[in-house]
Design a protein around this ligand. Structure first.
Ligand SMILES: *Cc1c(COP(=O)(O)O)cnc(C)c1O
Length: 949
């Protein structure tokens, strides 16, 4: 085996380590371990048929060649995506920085203060621009945010509305088509009837519970919705507004005219279009709806010594705990992109944002005047950046399109023959002149280049923003690059990421995100493409999407794939929508139950509910396996109404259940489908797969198994792979003329990050991927072997081995010493480690997944930390340490405490901060003490303006 291949750099374990580890585990060979871990009846008979592995250099040439097949035109298509300038200081120090892109969702607040602050900035930007009091820290995209708004308003119906079955959602006809399509996909299974019409003539019949309008609308028009909103409220209807975040710098924000929910995209705050995504959607609402809002909210709190700090607020709302009662299934969102958008606003400040929006509007105004002069009809009297243009008689769409394309320009072509032009931040004087030239040539009229674009104030007085925004100091201090760079670095220092140490989060698969996989994303040929360009301009993307889809089909054994879902949970929902369509097609549409094992991830039941299904829980036995008798009994008792089983494999307990094939057969005999939650695919790739196991479809988490980084809570990609009989029901997209089951705004979801997974698979090849799976199983079993005699391992497979992750017992410790799994997690921070998965799927435990990327040295360092903590617990148990004042209960120990003049603990500073020798070499200094989890919930402060006084 050569050591210089990509695979051998990705996989942390070398030939020499292997012998040591196998001996510790107690097996002769890796094959023996794998054979004793994965049931023989589900092993692949043949190797995956993938292309031979590329070297880093070969891939870099290949991806450069693909990039060269994308043509970068100037796109004025708009419709939800706009070219923008990503400040280089943000691109380099955040987007291309592994500390920011490899970190985990900030559940462990003490080692996440940097990204928590960045996300609080984002929320503050959203609240300020929309004039709403409460914002979450991102949703997946504008269209799913609209669907979430629909669901939330439905859930907020008054008792009278519920009684009267008021189930109609009014949607103004001037909404982006892809947003409407996604609302429809969501509405159908929830029993929401979508009524399309003009807000101008809407009648508030008693069946209407909520309305969705857009500002500016699909035609670019800025409508005055004040009267409409008042009428809606008078009729007891909620109003959700899709708003262009940048336009709100100039327009009266919806919060000032009564909106209940404001949502939209923050893509144009410095996030490249990426052929559709990723970018962060925003969602803001009134304070009284805080418990109904989907997604995560960051709020202020205090640490145990009273220092102000940040944390994720209202964590108990997560599906994790609420399961089928969760308000939404959103888990992974778009944290990295929200962080970047927040930084964009910090960098520009109110004045910069106003200047950018003002310039866009001036350009659009000037264009409107010029085009009117050429005989074109500007159909929208009011606008921010977008004109809807009617052609004069002598100009055909075809003629205009040909001329525009000859100048490398894309316009929007409405179905009725109108033309759309959306100006953006990148539009220059030369661009504006060229646009006028194009329209002039088409009209056969001469035009003159302008020397400058005059300022404009064409927004009607009553719609002009009067209120200030971004008034907090944070938006005033960092407007030079030096200051901005240092601000980003200051926050970065507060966060633990994969750049520091192993993040052994079970189920989350925090593996290496290799530099060679990430590099292509910085290429303008992947970044600056609008998702609705003609296909021949995106040939590079098209080939990549085709190749990657084929690879994922090969790996899962399935016949087709959709790349649309923007997270694992979105994949679950999509998969269930596909099942629903299929069942309807065979006359089985009445099936409405979904069996879900008790051990399942909380998104499973939450997604089932979103897809209009009723979750039915089946039990697990004492070995952590699905209780097959219970499953069989429940499946058969509900034979007529069972739609599907959702099952994670290996189970969330980290075990390859022996009976999985039988479980699939039981479900099929009942006429239902088997949906596999692919979060644990890292234990399958190359050795088994969902099709072989007997499932009908699955989702994958590219941000877990397939090397796409976690981004501190997104972006994610959750492709759904399906067998033959489900192919006809895969999501379409309005832009293809088929909007069946459309689940994302963009045709290919977050296309911009697909090169990462593509790179991973191309460079790993069949052997590398298979070896990675084996190494993941090896590493987990090694840790299990090292920790079994102290903590103990909760579940094991039939032959005594764990899968790619394992659950560490902490309940006994708690009984004996009062130390909880949470205390252990916090103490790990003093060692420079992020905690493993806490109390999931079993309360009172820690779930550890080392992944294949970690080296033996790092595994040993982690074991050493865990065993040192074990000794510290022993000290408490045997009285050598105080039960009240000990290193565990007081963890983590922040720098200000360790170096402070006052040290009031019964143990030394050294023991607190340097618990082992190797910590000295790589000390991660924590800047807050343990955070008060309830304070921030009692008084929710979701913006920078908040204070506890
Ligand atoms: C991560 C995870 C999910 C949810 O995936 P997201 O991308 O966060 O939406 C679902 N199921 C399991 C078992 C998971 O580990």
């Amino acid at each position: 085996m050569r050591t210089t291949t990509f695979a051998n750099r990705h996989i942390g374990i070398g030939e020499k380590d292997l012998a040591v580890m196998l001996e510790k585990i107690g097996v002769e060979s890796l094959d023996e371990l794998v054979n004793k871990t994965i049931p023989a009846n589900i092993r692949l008979k043949e190797k995956l048929k993938l292309e031979p592995a590329m070297t880093e250099r070969e891939f870099s040439e290949h991806i450069a060649w693909l990039a060269s097949k994308n043509k970068i035109y100037k796109s004025y298509i708009g419709a939800g995506w706009y070219d923008t300038v990503t400040p280089a200081v943000i691109q380099r120090n955040v987007f291309e920085n592994p500390v920011w892109y490899t970190s985990y969702t900030p559940y462990q607040a003490e080692i996440s203060q940097g990204r928590l602050e960045a996300l609080l900035n984002f929320q503050t930007v959203v609240c300020d621009l929309t004039a709403m009091p409460l914002s979450n820290c991102s949703l997946l995209d504008e269209a799913t945010a609209a669907a979430e708004a629909a669901t939330m308003m439905f859930g907020l119906r008054s008792r009278a509305q519920q009684k009267a079955n008021a189930n109609t959602l009014f949607v103004d006809e001037e909404i982006f088509p892809q947003v409407l399509a996604v609302i429809r996909t969501r509405a159908v299974p929830q029993g929401i009837n979508v009524k399309i019409g003009s807000y101008k003539t809407a009648a508030f019949t008693p069946d209407i519970f909520g309305c969705i309008i857009q500002y500016p609308n699909n035609s670019g028009s800025v409508e005055d919705y004040r009267a409409f909103t008042e009428q809606a409220h008078a009729a007891g209807c909620k109003v959700a507004v899709g708003a262009d975040i940048l336009s709100l710098a100039l327009l009266t924000p919806p919060g000032e005219w009564g909106a209940d929910i404001v949502y939209g995209s923050t893509q144009r705050l410095g996030i490249p279009m990426f052929y559709g995504g990723p970018s962060a959607a925003y969602f803001a609402t009134r304070d009284e709806y805080k418990r109904n809002m989907p997604g995560r909210i960051i709020g202020l709190s205090k640490d145990k010594y009273g220092h102000i700090c940040y944390r994720m607020a209202l964590q108990t709302r997560e599906q994790h705990i609420k399961r089928e009662r969760a308000t939404s299934n959103i888990c992974t969102a778009q944290a990295l992109l929200a962080t970047m958008a927040g930084f964009y606003a910090v960098y520009h400040g109110a004045e910069g944002i106003r200047e950018i929006a003002g310039k866009i509007h001036a350009n659009a105004s000037w264009l409107a005047t010029q085009l009117a002069g050429l005989g074109y009809a500007i159909k929208n009297e009011t606008f921010f950046d977008t004109l809807r243009i009617g052609l004069p008689e002598q100009v055909t769409v075809q003629k205009l399109r040909t001329i525009a394309l000859s100048k490398n320009i894309n316009l929007r072509y409405f179905g009725n023959g109108d033309i759309g032009v959306s100006i953006d931040e990148t539009t220059t004087l030369a661009d504006s002149n060229l646009l006028v030239t194009v329209f002039g040539i088409a009209a056969e009229k001469s035009t003159h280049d302008a020397a400058e674009i005059p300022d404009s104030a064409s927004i009607p007085e009553g719609l002009r923003r009067q209120s200030s925004f971004l008034t907090h100091d944070i938006f005033k201090k960092y407007h030079t690059e030096t200051e901005m760079m240092r601000y980003i670095k200051r926050l970065e220092r507060k966060d633990i990421s994969l750049a520091h140490s192993m993040i052994s989060l079970g189920s989350c698969t925090m593996k290496l995100n290799a530099a060679a996989e990430m590099l292509p994303l910085s290429n303008a040929a992947w970044m600056n493409i609008h998702p609705l360009v003609p296909e021949d301009q995106a040939e590079g993307y098209q080939i990549l999407i085709k190749n990657l889809s084929a690879q994922l089909e090969t790996i899962t054994g399935f016949a087709g794939v959709t790349l649309q879902p923007n997270s694992g949970a979105a994949g679950e929902y999509t998969g269930l929508r596909i099942i629903r369509s299929y069942l309807e097609s065979i006359g089985e549409g009445h099936r409405h139950l979904v069996l879900i094992p008790a051990s399942a991830h909380g998104t499973n039941p939450a997604s089932a509910v979103q897809a209009g299904y009723e979750p039915l829980t089946c039990a697990c036995d004492e070995h952590g396996n699905v209780d097959i008798e219970d499953l069989k009994a429940k499946a058969e008792a509900n034979k007529e109404n069972l739609a599907a089983l959702m099952i994670t494999y290996p189970s969330t307990h980290g075990i390859f259940e022996e009976d999985i094939a039988e479980i699939c057969r039981i479900i099929h005999r009942c006429g239902a489908q088997v949906y596999m939650d692919g979060a644990n695919m890292n234990a399958q790739v190359g050795l088994t797969n969902p099709a072989t196991i007997g499932a009908d479809l699955c989702h994958l988490n590219l941000h877990k198994t397939f090397a796409s980084p976690h981004g501190g809570g997104g972006p994610g990609v959750g492709p759904v792979c399906v067998s033959e009989h489900l192919l006809p029901f895969l999501p379409g997209h309005v832009s293809f003329g088929n909007e069946q089951n459309e689940v994302s705004a963009a045709p290919y979801g977050s296309a911009g990050i697909l090169p990462i997974t593509y790179a991973y698979i191309c460079m790993m090849g069949e052997e590398g991927l298979r070896h990675a799976t084996e190494a993941a199983i090896l590493n987990a079993n090694y840790l299990a072997a090292c920790l079994k005699d102290t903590y103990g391992i909760v579940y094991r497979g039939s032959k005594g081995f764990v899968g790619h992750e394992m659950i560490l017992e902490c309940r006994k410790i708690h009984e004996e010493s009062g130390i909880s799994e949470n205390d252990i997690s916090k103490r790990l921070m003093d060692f420079g480690y992020h905690a493993p998965t806490l109390s999931f799927p079993v309360h009172g435990t820690l779930m550890i997944e080392p992944t294949e990327s970690e080296s033996l040295a790092e595994l040993d360092r982690f074991v050493n930390a865990m065993l040192t903590i074990w000794d510290e617990i022993e000290e408490i148990k045997n009285g050598d340490a105080s039960k009240e004042d000990n290193v565990l209960l007081n963890a983590p120990h922040p720098e200000y405490e360790v170096v402070g003049n006052k040290w009031q603990h019964m143990y030394s500073r050294e023991k607190a901060a340097y618990p082992t020798e190797d910590v000295r070499e790589n000390k991660f200094w924590i800047n807050v003490a343990r955070i008060d989890n309830t304070l921030g919930d009692r008084k929710l402060l979701p913006t920078r303006y908040g204070s506890f006084d």
